[in-house]
Design a protein around this ligand. Structure first.
Ligand SMILES: [Ca+2]
Ligand SMILES: [Ca+2]
Ligand SMILES: [Ca+2]
Length: 462
Protein backbone atom coordinates (compact mmCIF):
# COMPACT_ATOMS: atom_id res chain seq x y z
CA UNK A 1 0.00 0.00 0.00
CA UNK A 2 1.44 3.32 -0.94
CA UNK A 3 1.77 6.24 1.39
CA UNK A 4 -0.99 8.29 -0.26
CA UNK A 5 -3.56 5.49 0.32
CA UNK A 6 -2.51 5.25 3.97
CA UNK A 7 -2.92 8.97 4.33
CA UNK A 8 -6.41 8.88 2.81
CA UNK A 9 -7.44 5.99 5.05
CA UNK A 10 -6.21 7.70 8.20
CA UNK A 11 -7.89 10.91 7.05
CA UNK A 12 -11.20 9.12 6.57
CA UNK A 13 -10.88 7.49 10.01
CA UNK A 14 -10.04 10.87 11.47
CA UNK A 15 -13.24 12.34 9.99
CA UNK A 16 -15.46 9.35 10.80
CA UNK A 17 -14.88 9.51 14.56
CA UNK A 18 -15.84 13.19 14.97
CA UNK A 19 -18.86 12.64 12.68
CA UNK A 20 -20.21 9.81 14.82
CA UNK A 21 -19.66 11.91 17.96
CA UNK A 22 -21.46 14.83 16.30
CA UNK A 23 -24.37 12.55 15.35
CA UNK A 24 -24.70 11.36 18.94
CA UNK A 25 -24.61 14.93 20.18
CA UNK A 26 -27.29 15.89 17.65
CA UNK A 27 -29.51 12.99 18.76
CA UNK A 28 -28.99 14.03 22.37
CA UNK A 29 -30.09 17.54 21.49
CA UNK A 30 -33.13 16.34 19.55
CA UNK A 31 -34.19 13.80 22.18
CA UNK A 32 -33.20 15.24 25.55
CA UNK A 33 -34.29 12.70 28.15
CA UNK A 34 -37.01 10.91 26.18
CA UNK A 35 -39.05 13.94 25.24
CA UNK A 36 -41.13 14.63 22.14
CA UNK A 37 -39.12 16.67 19.59
CA UNK A 38 -39.50 20.38 20.32
CA UNK A 39 -40.46 19.75 23.94
CA UNK A 40 -38.31 19.29 27.02
CA UNK A 41 -41.04 17.41 28.90
CA UNK A 42 -40.04 13.84 29.79
CA UNK A 43 -43.34 12.37 28.66
CA UNK A 44 -42.19 8.90 27.72
CA UNK A 45 -39.77 7.82 30.44
CA UNK A 46 -42.40 6.26 32.69
CA UNK A 47 -41.71 8.36 35.78
CA UNK A 48 -42.69 11.73 37.26
CA UNK A 49 -39.33 13.26 38.12
CA UNK A 50 -36.78 15.16 36.05
CA UNK A 51 -33.91 12.91 35.01
CA UNK A 52 -32.08 15.35 32.72
CA UNK A 53 -31.21 18.79 34.07
CA UNK A 54 -33.14 21.52 32.29
CA UNK A 55 -36.05 19.26 31.38
CA UNK A 56 -39.51 19.13 32.89
CA UNK A 57 -41.57 16.17 34.09
CA UNK A 58 -44.67 15.93 36.27
CA UNK A 59 -42.80 17.23 39.32
CA UNK A 60 -42.44 20.63 37.60
CA UNK A 61 -44.90 20.34 34.72
CA UNK A 62 -46.09 23.62 33.12
CA UNK A 63 -49.70 24.59 33.94
CA UNK A 64 -50.24 21.31 35.80
CA UNK A 65 -53.78 20.34 36.83
CA UNK A 66 -54.49 17.38 39.12
CA UNK A 67 -57.68 15.35 39.43
CA UNK A 68 -58.21 12.81 42.22
CA UNK A 69 -60.80 10.06 42.22
CA UNK A 70 -62.91 9.29 45.26
CA UNK A 71 -61.50 6.33 47.26
CA UNK A 72 -61.77 2.86 45.74
CA UNK A 73 -64.61 0.66 46.90
CA UNK A 74 -68.35 0.92 47.14
CA UNK A 75 -68.29 4.71 47.09
CA UNK A 76 -66.21 5.05 43.91
CA UNK A 77 -68.14 6.71 41.09
CA UNK A 78 -68.20 5.13 37.63
CA UNK A 79 -70.27 5.08 34.47
CA UNK A 80 -73.01 2.46 34.43
CA UNK A 81 -75.92 1.22 32.33
CA UNK A 82 -73.57 0.26 29.50
CA UNK A 83 -72.28 3.79 28.89
CA UNK A 84 -70.01 4.03 25.85
CA UNK A 85 -67.70 6.75 24.57
CA UNK A 86 -70.13 8.00 21.92
CA UNK A 87 -72.90 8.53 24.52
CA UNK A 88 -73.60 12.10 25.58
CA UNK A 89 -76.29 10.95 27.96
CA UNK A 90 -74.49 8.94 30.58
CA UNK A 91 -75.33 7.30 33.87
CA UNK A 92 -73.21 7.78 36.99
CA UNK A 93 -73.33 4.97 39.54
CA UNK A 94 -71.25 3.86 42.52
CA UNK A 95 -69.58 0.60 43.40
CA UNK A 96 -69.80 -0.98 39.95
CA UNK A 97 -66.16 -1.12 38.90
CA UNK A 98 -65.43 -4.75 37.97
CA UNK A 99 -62.58 -6.17 40.05
CA UNK A 100 -60.65 -7.09 36.93
CA UNK A 101 -60.82 -3.61 35.37
CA UNK A 102 -58.74 -0.51 35.92
CA UNK A 103 -59.57 1.28 39.16
CA UNK A 104 -58.38 4.84 38.55
CA UNK A 105 -56.97 6.96 41.33
CA UNK A 106 -55.68 10.17 39.75
CA UNK A 107 -54.84 12.10 36.59
CA UNK A 108 -52.62 14.99 35.67
CA UNK A 109 -52.90 17.34 32.69
CA UNK A 110 -50.30 19.96 31.72
CA UNK A 111 -49.69 22.05 28.65
CA UNK A 112 -47.26 24.55 27.21
CA UNK A 113 -46.30 26.45 24.07
CA UNK A 114 -42.72 25.72 22.98
CA UNK A 115 -40.88 25.98 19.68
CA UNK A 116 -44.00 27.23 17.89
CA UNK A 117 -46.11 24.26 18.98
CA UNK A 118 -48.73 23.64 21.65
CA UNK A 119 -47.93 20.55 23.70
CA UNK A 120 -50.35 18.61 25.88
CA UNK A 121 -49.12 16.27 28.61
CA UNK A 122 -51.29 13.58 30.19
CA UNK A 123 -50.85 11.08 33.02
CA UNK A 124 -53.04 8.50 34.73
CA UNK A 125 -52.65 6.43 37.86
CA UNK A 126 -54.56 3.33 38.96
CA UNK A 127 -54.64 1.21 42.08
CA UNK A 128 -54.63 -2.25 40.58
CA UNK A 129 -51.96 -4.02 38.55
CA UNK A 130 -53.41 -5.29 35.31
CA UNK A 131 -51.75 -6.14 32.06
CA UNK A 132 -53.74 -3.92 29.79
CA UNK A 133 -54.50 -0.24 30.25
CA UNK A 134 -57.21 1.37 28.14
CA UNK A 135 -57.64 4.97 29.22
CA UNK A 136 -59.38 7.91 27.57
CA UNK A 137 -58.77 11.57 28.34
CA UNK A 138 -61.74 13.69 27.33
CA UNK A 139 -60.91 17.38 26.85
CA UNK A 140 -63.86 19.71 26.40
CA UNK A 141 -64.30 23.32 25.40
CA UNK A 142 -67.15 23.76 27.87
CA UNK A 143 -67.45 23.00 31.57
CA UNK A 144 -68.93 19.57 32.28
CA UNK A 145 -71.79 18.66 34.61
CA UNK A 146 -71.08 17.54 38.15
CA UNK A 147 -70.21 13.86 37.82
CA UNK A 148 -69.57 13.39 41.52
CA UNK A 149 -73.23 12.67 42.21
CA UNK A 150 -75.09 9.65 40.88
CA UNK A 151 -77.85 9.58 38.29
CA UNK A 152 -78.34 10.46 34.63
CA UNK A 153 -76.06 13.20 33.28
CA UNK A 154 -75.61 14.89 29.92
CA UNK A 155 -72.04 15.64 28.92
CA UNK A 156 -71.61 19.18 27.60
CA UNK A 157 -69.80 18.40 24.35
CA UNK A 158 -68.99 20.78 21.48
CA UNK A 159 -67.82 20.02 17.94
CA UNK A 160 -64.03 19.81 18.06
CA UNK A 161 -63.80 18.46 21.62
CA UNK A 162 -60.95 15.99 22.02
CA UNK A 163 -60.69 12.38 23.10
CA UNK A 164 -57.16 11.07 23.50
CA UNK A 165 -57.04 7.30 23.78
CA UNK A 166 -54.22 5.49 25.58
CA UNK A 167 -54.00 1.75 24.92
CA UNK A 168 -51.27 -0.37 26.41
CA UNK A 169 -50.96 -4.14 26.47
CA UNK A 170 -48.48 -5.56 28.92
CA UNK A 171 -45.49 -6.76 26.96
CA UNK A 172 -46.75 -4.89 23.92
CA UNK A 173 -44.09 -2.23 24.09
CA UNK A 174 -45.07 1.42 24.00
CA UNK A 175 -48.66 2.57 24.39
CA UNK A 176 -50.69 3.43 21.29
CA UNK A 177 -52.10 6.95 21.43
CA UNK A 178 -55.07 8.07 19.36
CA UNK A 179 -56.94 11.34 18.86
CA UNK A 180 -60.63 11.67 18.04
CA UNK A 181 -62.67 14.85 17.65
CA UNK A 182 -66.34 15.28 18.48
CA UNK A 183 -68.32 15.58 15.23
CA UNK A 184 -71.83 17.06 15.09
CA UNK A 185 -72.45 17.60 11.38
CA UNK A 186 -71.58 16.16 7.99
CA UNK A 187 -71.54 12.56 6.78
CA UNK A 188 -71.70 9.70 9.28
CA UNK A 189 -68.66 8.20 7.53
CA UNK A 190 -66.63 10.53 9.76
CA UNK A 191 -67.68 8.51 12.79
CA UNK A 192 -65.06 6.12 14.12
CA UNK A 193 -67.46 3.66 15.68
CA UNK A 194 -71.08 4.79 15.79
CA UNK A 195 -73.24 5.05 12.67
CA UNK A 196 -74.94 8.29 13.63
CA UNK A 197 -74.10 11.85 14.57
CA UNK A 198 -72.98 13.22 16.91
CA UNK A 199 -70.00 10.89 17.36
CA UNK A 200 -66.30 10.66 17.99
CA UNK A 201 -64.69 10.79 14.55
CA UNK A 202 -61.63 11.50 12.48
CA UNK A 203 -59.35 9.23 14.49
CA UNK A 204 -55.66 9.95 14.16
CA UNK A 205 -53.08 7.41 15.32
CA UNK A 206 -50.85 9.88 17.13
CA UNK A 207 -48.15 7.32 17.83
CA UNK A 208 -47.83 6.17 14.21
CA UNK A 209 -47.81 9.78 13.00
CA UNK A 210 -45.07 10.75 15.45
CA UNK A 211 -47.30 13.40 17.08
CA UNK A 212 -47.23 11.72 20.49
CA UNK A 213 -45.13 9.53 22.73
CA UNK A 214 -46.01 7.73 25.91
CA UNK A 215 -44.94 5.15 28.43
CA UNK A 216 -46.13 3.04 31.34
CA UNK A 217 -43.92 2.52 34.40
CA UNK A 218 -42.24 -0.87 34.38
CA UNK A 219 -41.06 -0.71 37.99
CA UNK A 220 -42.09 1.19 41.13
CA UNK A 221 -41.86 4.98 40.78
CA UNK A 222 -42.64 7.79 43.19
CA UNK A 223 -45.31 10.42 42.63
CA UNK A 224 -43.84 13.42 44.50
CA UNK A 225 -46.99 15.48 43.90
CA UNK A 226 -49.46 13.14 45.56
CA UNK A 227 -46.79 11.64 47.82
CA UNK A 228 -47.44 8.04 46.82
CA UNK A 229 -45.41 5.12 45.53
CA UNK A 230 -46.66 3.57 42.29
CA UNK A 231 -45.95 -0.11 41.57
CA UNK A 232 -45.13 -1.14 38.01
CA UNK A 233 -47.94 -0.75 35.44
CA UNK A 234 -49.96 1.65 37.62
CA UNK A 235 -48.75 4.87 36.01
CA UNK A 236 -48.96 5.97 32.39
CA UNK A 237 -47.99 9.22 30.70
CA UNK A 238 -48.04 10.80 27.27
CA UNK A 239 -46.92 13.94 25.45
CA UNK A 240 -48.87 15.17 22.42
CA UNK A 241 -47.95 17.88 19.92
CA UNK A 242 -51.41 19.40 19.42
CA UNK A 243 -50.19 21.74 16.68
CA UNK A 244 -48.68 18.90 14.63
CA UNK A 245 -51.83 16.83 15.20
CA UNK A 246 -53.93 19.60 13.65
CA UNK A 247 -55.85 20.48 16.83
CA UNK A 248 -54.44 23.98 16.83
CA UNK A 249 -54.02 25.93 13.62
CA UNK A 250 -54.61 29.46 12.45
CA UNK A 251 -57.85 29.86 14.41
CA UNK A 252 -58.31 30.17 18.15
CA UNK A 253 -59.29 27.12 20.14
CA UNK A 254 -59.69 26.90 23.90
CA UNK A 255 -60.40 23.94 26.15
CA UNK A 256 -61.70 24.43 29.67
CA UNK A 257 -62.24 20.95 31.13
CA UNK A 258 -60.49 17.57 31.23
CA UNK A 259 -61.32 14.20 32.74
CA UNK A 260 -60.16 10.61 32.67
CA UNK A 261 -62.06 7.40 31.95
CA UNK A 262 -61.16 3.73 31.74
CA UNK A 263 -62.51 1.62 28.89
CA UNK A 264 -63.21 -2.04 29.72
CA UNK A 265 -61.18 -3.27 26.72
CA UNK A 266 -59.03 -2.08 23.84
CA UNK A 267 -62.14 -1.98 21.65
CA UNK A 268 -63.37 1.60 21.22
CA UNK A 269 -67.09 0.80 21.62
CA UNK A 270 -66.39 -1.15 24.83
CA UNK A 271 -68.14 0.14 27.95
CA UNK A 272 -66.50 2.94 29.92
CA UNK A 273 -66.31 2.28 33.63
CA UNK A 274 -64.35 4.17 36.24
CA UNK A 275 -63.72 7.87 35.81
CA UNK A 276 -61.98 10.71 37.62
CA UNK A 277 -64.33 13.69 37.62
CA UNK A 278 -63.65 16.69 35.33
CA UNK A 279 -61.29 19.44 36.41
CA UNK A 280 -60.97 22.96 34.95
CA UNK A 281 -58.02 23.43 32.60
CA UNK A 282 -56.85 26.24 30.36
CA UNK A 283 -55.52 24.89 27.09
CA UNK A 284 -55.52 27.46 24.32
CA UNK A 285 -53.49 28.53 21.32
CA UNK A 286 -54.39 32.21 21.62
CA UNK A 287 -53.55 35.16 23.83
CA UNK A 288 -54.27 38.88 24.17
CA UNK A 289 -52.29 42.00 23.23
CA UNK A 290 -53.34 45.35 24.69
CA UNK A 291 -51.83 48.73 23.74
CA UNK A 292 -52.47 51.83 25.88
CA UNK A 293 -51.81 55.49 25.01
CA UNK A 294 -50.91 58.26 27.45
CA UNK A 295 -49.99 61.83 26.44
CA UNK A 296 -48.47 64.64 28.49
CA UNK A 297 -49.27 68.36 28.15
CA UNK A 298 -51.87 67.90 25.46
CA UNK A 299 -53.30 65.39 23.08
CA UNK A 300 -52.94 64.29 19.48
CA UNK A 301 -53.46 61.22 17.32
CA UNK A 302 -50.70 58.62 17.13
CA UNK A 303 -50.45 55.93 14.46
CA UNK A 304 -49.34 52.31 14.87
CA UNK A 305 -48.28 49.56 12.51
CA UNK A 306 -48.09 45.86 13.33
CA UNK A 307 -46.55 42.65 11.99
CA UNK A 308 -47.71 39.04 12.34
CA UNK A 309 -51.08 39.45 10.61
CA UNK A 310 -52.86 41.20 13.47
CA UNK A 311 -56.27 42.52 12.38
CA UNK A 312 -56.54 45.44 11.88
CA UNK A 313 -52.90 45.76 10.84
CA UNK A 314 -52.80 49.49 11.67
CA UNK A 315 -54.60 51.64 14.22
CA UNK A 316 -54.52 55.06 15.87
CA UNK A 317 -54.79 56.11 19.50
CA UNK A 318 -55.24 59.36 21.43
CA UNK A 319 -54.75 60.06 25.12
CA UNK A 320 -56.46 57.41 27.24
CA UNK A 321 -57.12 55.21 24.23
CA UNK A 322 -56.66 51.41 24.14
CA UNK A 323 -56.37 48.86 21.34
CA UNK A 324 -57.01 45.24 22.30
CA UNK A 325 -56.34 42.18 20.15
CA UNK A 326 -58.10 39.39 22.02
CA UNK A 327 -57.64 36.41 19.67
CA UNK A 328 -53.94 36.36 18.93
CA UNK A 329 -52.83 32.94 17.71
CA UNK A 330 -49.56 31.81 19.31
CA UNK A 331 -46.61 33.17 17.31
CA UNK A 332 -44.44 36.24 16.78
CA UNK A 333 -45.78 39.80 16.50
CA UNK A 334 -44.67 43.41 16.73
CA UNK A 335 -46.33 46.77 17.31
CA UNK A 336 -44.57 50.00 16.29
CA UNK A 337 -45.54 53.62 16.89
CA UNK A 338 -45.04 55.69 13.74
CA UNK A 339 -43.16 59.02 13.85
CA UNK A 340 -45.20 61.20 16.23
CA UNK A 341 -46.93 64.44 15.16
CA UNK A 342 -44.80 67.63 15.09
CA UNK A 343 -43.55 68.68 18.53
CA UNK A 344 -44.26 65.28 20.13
CA UNK A 345 -41.69 62.80 21.34
CA UNK A 346 -42.05 59.19 22.53
CA UNK A 347 -41.20 59.47 26.22
CA UNK A 348 -41.47 55.77 27.08
CA UNK A 349 -42.68 52.34 25.98
CA UNK A 350 -43.34 50.05 28.93
CA UNK A 351 -44.58 46.46 28.55
CA UNK A 352 -45.47 43.47 30.69
CA UNK A 353 -46.09 39.83 29.69
CA UNK A 354 -47.78 36.99 31.57
CA UNK A 355 -48.04 33.27 30.84
CA UNK A 356 -45.54 30.53 30.17
CA UNK A 357 -43.78 31.11 26.86
CA UNK A 358 -45.15 34.63 26.35
CA UNK A 359 -42.65 37.50 26.25
CA UNK A 360 -42.31 41.07 25.05
CA UNK A 361 -39.24 43.20 24.33
CA UNK A 362 -39.72 46.97 24.02
CA UNK A 363 -37.08 48.75 21.92
CA UNK A 364 -37.48 52.38 20.84
CA UNK A 365 -40.98 52.56 19.34
CA UNK A 366 -41.38 48.80 18.76
CA UNK A 367 -42.72 46.09 21.05
CA UNK A 368 -41.55 42.66 19.84
CA UNK A 369 -43.90 39.97 21.09
CA UNK A 370 -43.80 36.17 21.37
CA UNK A 371 -47.31 35.01 22.15
CA UNK A 372 -48.12 31.61 23.66
CA UNK A 373 -51.53 30.13 24.29
CA UNK A 374 -53.23 31.85 27.21
CA UNK A 375 -50.62 34.61 27.36
CA UNK A 376 -51.18 38.35 27.76
CA UNK A 377 -49.02 41.28 26.69
CA UNK A 378 -49.77 44.80 27.86
CA UNK A 379 -47.87 47.87 26.58
CA UNK A 380 -48.18 51.58 27.29
CA UNK A 381 -46.82 54.26 24.95
CA UNK A 382 -46.33 57.62 26.70
CA UNK A 383 -45.80 60.70 24.50
CA UNK A 384 -44.73 64.18 25.61
CA UNK A 385 -44.90 67.66 24.18
CA UNK A 386 -43.36 70.79 25.65
CA UNK A 387 -45.88 73.49 26.53
CA UNK A 388 -45.73 76.49 24.24
CA UNK A 389 -44.57 79.61 26.15
CA UNK A 390 -47.52 81.96 26.72
CA UNK A 391 -45.84 84.39 29.09
CA UNK A 392 -46.27 87.33 26.72
CA UNK A 393 -50.02 86.95 26.55
CA UNK A 394 -50.23 86.45 30.27
CA UNK A 395 -48.13 89.52 30.93
CA UNK A 396 -50.52 91.63 28.90
CA UNK A 397 -53.43 90.45 30.92
CA UNK A 398 -55.25 92.98 33.14
CA UNK A 399 -53.56 93.64 36.45
CA UNK A 400 -56.39 92.38 38.71
CA UNK A 401 -56.09 88.83 37.44
CA UNK A 402 -52.39 88.77 38.14
CA UNK A 403 -53.00 89.26 41.82
CA UNK A 404 -54.56 85.86 42.12
CA UNK A 405 -52.64 83.30 43.98
CA UNK A 406 -51.17 80.31 42.15
CA UNK A 407 -52.45 76.88 43.02
CA UNK A 408 -53.07 76.36 46.75
CA UNK A 409 -49.92 75.46 48.61
CA UNK A 410 -49.36 73.96 52.03
CA UNK A 411 -48.18 77.40 53.24
CA UNK A 412 -50.11 79.80 51.07
CA UNK A 413 -49.28 82.81 53.16
CA UNK A 414 -45.59 82.21 52.67
CA UNK A 415 -45.94 82.58 48.92
CA UNK A 416 -48.21 85.60 48.94
CA UNK A 417 -46.44 88.49 47.31
CA UNK A 418 -48.23 91.06 49.43
CA UNK A 419 -45.58 92.05 51.95
CA UNK A 420 -47.84 93.65 54.51
CA UNK A 421 -49.97 90.50 54.93
CA UNK A 422 -47.32 87.87 54.77
CA UNK A 423 -46.05 86.55 58.11
CA UNK A 424 -42.83 85.63 56.38
CA UNK A 425 -42.01 89.25 55.85
CA UNK A 426 -41.33 89.56 59.51
CA UNK A 427 -38.34 87.33 58.95
CA UNK A 428 -37.53 88.76 55.56
CA UNK A 429 -35.13 91.51 54.65
CA UNK A 430 -36.01 95.14 55.28
CA UNK A 431 -36.96 95.62 51.65
CA UNK A 432 -40.40 94.30 52.50
CA UNK A 433 -40.18 91.55 49.89
CA UNK A 434 -41.16 88.04 50.86
CA UNK A 435 -38.48 85.97 52.38
CA UNK A 436 -36.80 83.70 49.84
CA UNK A 437 -36.73 81.04 52.51
CA UNK A 438 -40.48 80.81 52.19
CA UNK A 439 -40.65 80.34 48.45
CA UNK A 440 -39.18 76.88 47.62
CA UNK A 441 -42.58 75.21 47.95
CA UNK A 442 -43.77 77.06 44.87
CA UNK A 443 -42.84 76.55 41.25
CA UNK A 444 -42.53 80.31 40.68
CA UNK A 445 -39.52 82.57 40.68
CA UNK A 446 -37.69 82.71 43.97
CA UNK A 447 -38.24 86.41 44.56
CA UNK A 448 -41.38 87.68 42.88
CA UNK A 449 -40.76 91.37 42.80
CA UNK A 450 -44.00 92.11 41.06
CA UNK A 451 -47.29 90.44 41.49
CA UNK A 452 -47.92 89.89 37.78
CA UNK A 453 -44.86 87.75 37.39
CA UNK A 454 -46.79 84.99 39.22
CA UNK A 455 -48.92 84.35 36.22
CA UNK A 456 -45.94 82.93 34.43
CA UNK A 457 -45.66 80.13 36.96
CA UNK A 458 -48.60 78.47 35.34
CA UNK A 459 -46.92 78.23 32.00
CA UNK A 460 -43.36 77.33 32.84
CA UNK A 461 -42.11 74.69 30.41
CA UNK A 462 -41.29 71.45 32.14
CA1 LIG B 1 -42.12 11.29 32.79
CA1 LIG C 1 -38.37 11.72 34.17
CA1 LIG D 1 -64.24 7.04 40.00
Amino acid sequence: MDVSKLRRRSLRAGIAVPLSVALLLLLALVYPGLALPGSTFEGSDGNLVVNTAGNTDWSNAPNRVRGDDVPSGTGDNAFGQGTKEDDENVSVVTGSIPPNKSDLTRFYVANEFANNSNYLYLAWERSNVLGSANMDFEINQKTQPNLTTTGPKTLNRTAGDLLITFDFTNGGGNPVLGLLKWVTSGPTSQCFSRNALPCWGNRVNLSAAGFAEGAVNTSTVDDPIAGVSLPGLTFGEAAVNLTAAGVFGSTCEAFASAFLKSRSSASFPAEVKDFVAPRPVSISNCGTITIHKITENGDSTFDYTTTGALTPATFSLSNGGTRTYSDVVAGSYSVTESAPPAGWTLKSLECTATGDGTSVTPSDATASITMAGGGTVDCTYTNHINLKPTIATKLSAPAPTTRRMPAPRPSPTATCPTPTRSPSTTRGPSTGRPSTAATPTTTGPPAPARARSWSSTKTSPR
